[in-house]
Write a protein of this length. Sequence first.
Length: 555
Amino acid sequence: MLLTSCAVGWLVSSSARSQTIPAGFPVLEESLRRQQLLGNEEIKDLSFSLRPIVSLKQNHFRNLNDSTVLAKKRVQLELLPVLSTTVFNSNRPYGWGNYSMMNSAGVQTLLSPGVYGKLFFLNFQFRPEFVASQNKAYQGFGENYSDNTIFARFRYWNFGDHPERFPKEYNSFAWLGQSYISLNAGPVALGVSTENIWWGPGQFTSLIFSNNARGMEHLFLRTSRPANIIIGTLEAELIAGRAEDTGVLPSQNQRLNGIFARPFRGDWRYVTGLTITYQPVFLPKIYVGFNRTFQQYNEDVPDSFNGRFPVLEPFQKKNLFTNDNSVDYDAKAQDQQVSFFLRYYNSKGNFEIYAEYGKQDHSYDWRDFILSPEHARAYLLGFSKLFKSGKQGEYFQLRGEIVQQAESVNRYIRYADLNTLNTSWHTHYQVRGFTNEGQSMGVGIGVGANAQILEFSKVANLNKLGVLFQRIENQQDFYNRAFGENPNKRPWVDFSAGILWDHQWDRLVLSSKAQMIKGYNYQWENDSGSTADYPSGQNLWTFSGTVNLIYQIHK
């Protein structure tokens, strides 16, 4: 079975194996994943847990003779498909996973052209991103709360970098985007990159890395395709990167910032990470793996191998103490995240299932982990299934995902006083937030938020027509801390329904999404008619629309 014609334009000949499909790229990545479920031999060994997708195990596609392509046995130069993305949010930010684009209200656009080149074993891709945003003001977190409630809100803001509204210098900017340069030797690549990376099997988001924030500058050593290790295949990547704080105070209300906001350190964060995915030879189409990251402000990083690559240290905190004192370890001011994942797909049944479980804090020992597995955890569950429609090449697609970040009821057991609760995925009291330029590098639905996502569509090649349903519980950790025992307050929950339409016209591919969102108890504000006996929250309707245009320069 051949891939669709648009996807073929992305695949490289056997003499050029490092041109990439950016992590989470609209239409094309989903199409490749769907083709795997349909039994495509070209991609049968890909785990989709290490992205961007760099190359296939084998490829017999050839580049057509085109004036925009210079291709010889060991030399290649070609223009890449151009991506244009436009997002409109009517009266408040909504959505995630748009590369360098900010979380904002109003109209925002991204333009990303590119060129790929190869010279013997040297490969490069230059794919910058140009962003322009209207970045309108909107109703954010108000000041008509008690100081204790406002302090609770700022507690999570101060443990991360998630400004409500970005300053005007973010309204228009250019960035290197999905660019890299690497040296390739067989299945191994060593290089430097500003690309987004995506670790884990998630389709809509990921616990560790995704395409939700601006790509981080990083060095990488990775497999460029699944490597045969006799007992199975292996995909792996080791990175060391630089993540930036914005320095922007969190609230749109400057008076509250002046009282409650904690200033930034003014330093950048050193991020190191390791991911390994293994497919056992005796269990085909089953992938197991783990991701692990550490981050630390650069001035705190020890000048040693262990200091630069703490991802290789033991998992149990008791093995890291000096003088049996955990305070010595905590004084390092490091933030760790680790996740374990499983993915299985069946090409005869045309379906896949996957799961990922993450921990943000070391367990003291195995006993601590077994007795308290819910502490500082997040998890993700998902599936995808294709049904034949009766027409040649056409299928019905059903896929969904659940993301859970909020601290569990374990908090009532672990913390004698809920006021000490300070664990939330992607936050840290010393190294504020697993973010880059003000947005989470992994889960994009918000700090301490939970989501349930379901999509049903009809697909044929790159074309799709479907509906999307989403439910998001916003900032649940803050809600539990500030209002959890207040009968007059209810969680802020967004319900949304949307229409999806993707279509290909020769070299042009359009991918669109139109959603209506009803935010119940928006910003936890009470409605003007709310009373103590009949409390009711403020509800807000929002329209969110996204249009992606992908144009292939050559076929």
